[in-house]
Design a protein around this ligand. Structure first.
Ligand code: BGC
Length: 886
């Protein structure tokens, strides 16, 4: 029998603090074919049993099972709501009514979040301004009556962990996360009913420097956002008799230093266990020696709710090996590069020191290599207080590493003394890809771990060196691949809001979001060259919302970002010279191999990369205007797009139809962004093939050309060449890294050269997801799981695998908002293919069999010929189709 597998509210099963319109989507599960919804009914209640209903839509005739807005539902502060749905379906001409789903829950937001601006308190003093010590804040209080519900709304300048009566309130990490703090700071919402009692209670917080006041960016600015760490919270207690009690942070709170002597994101933590104050977070603790907390100003313009995913400790990774390097260094190998917290356990004596450094790779001779961390120390120092067993994990930092160098330990160290917990934003894994080639599977693994390592509240370039910034280009390049693998909606929505807030008045888009470069343009490299508006980087403003729209079919993100998108196109228009766009500091085809020796800038000129992106983004914006019904904008920007294309064609093609720029990237952009004049299409494809041949079938592309290389080939009848490129495993290629033992994606093709030497230490990350953007080609082309732009969010999909690369099978699964969609193809003997496709209820798909000569078993579908393919329309259900290739 069909049933509702789950209901999501604004993309989550439990959501807090929604201040935007509440929307729900649900997944229907049914083994039956051709299921589509005819009606739905949604109910909201404040009790889990739904004995009283706050809202009941009754039966609504509709086939819509995603993004249903509950406009009349306005969640109230401190109230927990339950929401459920059922639906009526028609499957194979029969009617079915599902039972009600399990409930999703919504916790109402603070009615006036900005009130928290008035309650920031700090335990730090003036002498602490240049330091990054940990501090405690606490307050004991008595509740006179029995508690019905209690919720804490809290935030901090700096990072904080909240405690109540001896317990951590939540296991989230690095709260309140990183937003453009000057403009907005996010508060967290925690239901704490079970942690409170009638009588004596104590609230406490542990604070550290974090992004707010710790060392930030490669410019090494301390106190970037402000001088003091500070906490602001409201505890709202509702008693059983309905009365309420409000507890805020104020000057009656007490504060002191914590055992954290220093905590920095890049450098790590020094923790002296001798300074521990046992039970500091319980009511009976004597805080008479502590100082009173001081009120400090809020440095953010606004306070808003955190509604999306939080950072948590995730996968537990045990060490694989402990060994001594040729130089005699003690090293622990976790076998996986990642962003993580290392947990140390052991026994020694008071005063013993554990000192370790986390790093990514061994050098050519197998010794510890930390040069590529630049100034980041990634070091833990733990000082023992006694001879009892201890367990320690850092608090306000995280590192990018695979190895740890144990510089000193309280005893002989071994694998049992360590374990790692990957740290990243909580994002459900939505997709998997696998095939018969193990090296490609390892590449897919590396892409996923590159993603996990760099989605730590914001999308970062890398997790290890003194950088870890929200580089817009990296995020733009990778967002579609990311979205195939994990649920990115709330993660990217949050970041896009900061992007919009950080845009310049004119609409320029910063190189990094949150923008931490604009204030200090004294860095030589950026001096006078600008800290915003580079092609392919700034275009994140257009492309990321567009990818979210395509992947989820939700127009909300386009509406929310519309002004930001428009401002960015207008910025380009304003600074373009006769439709050729170029502006100050550009990164071009960043780190391409056709750069001059030692340079980061690829050979493709900025005029070309900039103008290509100008055209592409303008087209996407015109489509966005059309989707939102803004006809004037649609036609204005479409005609601008046509003008740019025409200028591009006149400028970058000569009279014989040869591109004036003879680089792989120039050809890739011209082909993939449809900028090639129809009459020169064949020549341009041939041009790209020749440029590939010139490098013996290898790419020499950078950030701009690489993501689209295989697409440019496969969508122009060169599927074989695209597979050849993917499967190359000598230098430079994706699988070369795999062969060299990579477990994440490298920043440079020549991060480690064939002779074992390395690209210069100052820019050599082994955990940069940008080149992992090949991942979307695996899903979209190899497995053939494609979104239909006319019916996005997989409401109607296109299943069109491209068989090749000597693979004997390939498979992709993706949990869409409608449920799991999957494709698997197996090569059977005599050139026959068995295709298994699963299409979720309430959706449909076109199944396109490229290069098919004949369908041998159609599983009741009706195939007809469309050029070189055979095509059929399919409703929901699982199909097994056997066909012969030409
Ligand atoms: C980052 C890159 C980024 C680039 C732009 C680097 O430092 O690591 O990934 O996109 O700067 O110049």
């Amino acid at each position: 029998m069909p049933y509702i597998a789950r209901i999501l509210i604004n993309y989550l099963e439990h959501i807090v603090g929604i201040s935007e319109p509440v929307q729900c989507s649900w997944e229907i599960a049914s083994p039956l074919r051709n299921c589509h919804q005819t009606k739905y009914q949604i109910q909201i209640s404040t009790d889990a049993a739904f004995s009283t209903k706050l809202l009941d839509t009754l039966w609504v005739e509709s086939d819509q099972s995603s993004h249903i807005y509950l406009k009349e539902f306005k969640p109230q502060q401190g109230v927990l709501y339950y929401i459920r749905v059922r639906c009526e379906l028609e499957c194979e001409q029969k009617r079915h009514v599902t039972p009600f789903s399990d409930s999703a829950t919504v916790l109402g937001p603070l009615s006036n979040p900005n009130q928290l601006k008035d309650y920031f308190i700090s335990a730090e003093q003036e002498c602490d301004i240049p330091l990054s010590k940990g501090t405690y804040l606490r307050k004991a209080f008595t509740l006179q009556k029995r508690v019905s519900t209690a919720v804490v709304y809290s935030t901090a300048q700096g990072m904080y962990q909240l405690h109540l009566n001896g317990h951590r309130v939540s296991l989230d990490q690095l709260a309140p996360g990183w937003s453009s703090y000057e403009r907005r700071l996010l508060y967290q919402s925690y239901v704490v009913t079970d942690l409170l009692t009638e009588g004596k209670n104590a609230l406490a917080a542990h604070l550290g420097a974090g992004w707010y006041k710790g060392d930030l960016s490669f410019l090494h600015i301390h106190n970037f956002y402000g001088p003091y760490t500070a906490l602001s919270l409201l505890l709202e207690v509702t008693y059983e008799d309905g009365s309420k009690e409000l507890i805020y942070t104020d000057e009656s709170w007490k504060g002191d230093y914590s055992p954290i002597v220093e905590s920095e994101l890049y450098d790590g933590e020094i923790y002296d266990a001798n300074l521990e104050q046992e039970f500091f977070d319980t009511p009976l603790f004597d805080d008479s020696s502590w100082r009173f907390a001081r009120k400090v100003p809020c440095t953010s313009h606004r306070i808003e709710a955190q509604t999306g995913s939080t950072v948590m400790l995730q996968e537990r990774v045990s060490p694989k090996l402990a060994f001594f390097t040729p130089k005699g260094e003690r090293v622990i190998d976790f076998g996986q590069n990642m962003s993580a917290h290392v947990e140390i356990r052991g026994q020694g004596k008071a005063g013993d020191k554990v000192v370790l450094t986390c790093f990514e790779v061994l050098d050519k001779d197998g010794n510890v290599y930390t040069e590529n961390l630049r100034k980041a120390k990634q070091k833990i120092t733990y000082i023992l207080k006694d001879d009892k067993n201890f367990v320690y994990r850092p608090h306000f930092t995280f590192f990018g590493y695979r190895f740890i160098h144990v510089e000193s330990f309280c005893s002989r160290s071994d694998v049992d003394n360590f374990c790692s917990f990957a740290i990243h934003s909580t994002m459900e894994q939505r997709g998997t890809f696998s095939c018969s080639n193990d090296a490609v599977n390892q590449l897919q693994h590396n892409i996923l771990w590159g993603l996990k390592s760099n989605f730590v509240d914001i999308p970062t370039d890398c997790p290890q060196r003194d950088e870890r910034l929200g580089w817009t280009g990296d995020a733009q390049i990778f967002c579609r691949t990311a979205t195939f693998n994990v649920d990115t909606y709330t993660f990217f929505s949050k970041w896009l809001r900061d992007l919009a807030l950080d845009q310049t008045q004119e609409g320029g888009v910063p190189h990094v979001v949150p923008d931490v470069l604009y204030k200090y343009p004294f860095d030589n490299w950026l001096l006078n060259a600008g800290t915003h508006s580079a092609a392919a980087w700034a275009d994140a403003a257009i492309i990321v919302p567009w990818v979210l729209y395509l992947s989820y079919g939700d127009t909300t993100i386009l509406q929310n970002q519309y002004e930001s998108m428009k401002k960015w196109i207008d910025f380009m228009k304003k600074h373009a010279n006769g439709n050729i766009w170029n502006y100050k500091r550009q990164f071009g085809d960043w780190v391409a191999l056709d750069a001059e020796e030692g340079s980061y800038f690829g050979a493709t000129p900025n005029d070309l990369t900039c103008t290509a992106y100008y055209a592409y983004s303008t087209l996407l914006f015109s489509k966005t205007a059309s989707i939102l019904g803004n006809r004037n904008d649609e036609s204005y920007y479409f005609s601008l797009y046509q003008d740019i294309v025409s200028t591009f064609q006149k400028t970058f093609f000569d009279e014989e139809g040869r591109m004036t720029v003879q680089t792989q990237t120039a050809h890739i952009l011209a082909l993939h962004f449809n900028l090639t004049p129809e009459k020169y299409l064949k020549k341009t494809i041939k041009g790209l093939q020749d440029l590939l041949a010139k490098h013996d079938g290898h790419l020499v592309t950078g950030f701009v050309g690489t993501p689209y290389f295989c697409h440019a080939l496969s969508s122009h009848d060169c599927v074989g060449e695209a597979y050849d490129l993917l499967l190359k495993d000598d230098f430079p290629s994706w699988l070369y890294q795999v062969k060299k033992g990579a477990t994440t994606i490298w920043e440079h093709w020549d991060g480690i050269k064939p002779d074992g030497s390395m690209w210069s230490a100052n820019m050599n990350s082994f955990n940069h997801y940008a080149y992992g953007a090949i991942g979307e080609w695996l899903y979209r082309v190899v497995a053939g799981l494609e979104i239909d732009e006319k019916s996005p969010g997989y409401k109607h999909s296109i299943i069109a695998p491209r068989i090749g690369g000597n693979l004997t099978f390939a498979q992709a699964k993706y949990r869409s908002i409608y449920g799991e969609i999957s494709v698997k193809w197996d090569v059977e003997k005599h050139n026959t293919i068995l295709l298994t496709a699963c299409i979720p209820p309430n959706t449909s798909a076109t199944i396109r069999l490229h290069e098919a000569e004949q369908v041998l078993f159609s599983d009741s579908l009706h195939f007809s010929r469309k050029d070189v393919a055979l095509e059929a329309e399919a409703g929901s259900g699982t199909y097994k189709i056997r066909y012969r290739l030409r």
